[in-house]
Write a protein that binds this ligand. Structure first.
Ligand code: FES
Length: 72
């Protein structure tokens, strides 16, 4: 959730070569080559150049959170 109460969901696939990033404090860190991303998916440190991919989400009537892997 951000301060406006909106939910954002990001792919954990590193945009460098596709390893899975891991939570490290308030950032996401890639164990393969050391890229780091902030909580909004922006690159803090390379070699990754692109932000983590934001996924499309929807809250259904029964409060189920649907996450779509087909992009934003
Ligand atoms: Fe993540 Fe290379 S795959 S830094």
């Amino acid at each position: 959730y951000n301060r406006a109460g909106e939910i954002s969901v990001y792919s954990l696939t590193c945009t460098h070569l596709g390893c899975t990033v891991e939570l490290d404090g308030e950032a996401f860190a890639c164990p393969c080559h050391g890229s780091r991303f902030d909580p909004e998916g922006r690159v803090l440190a390379g070699p990754a150049q692109d932000p983590l991919r934001r996924l499309r989400v929807e809250i259904l009537e029964d409060n189920t959170l649907m996450v779509y892997a087909d992009g934003d």
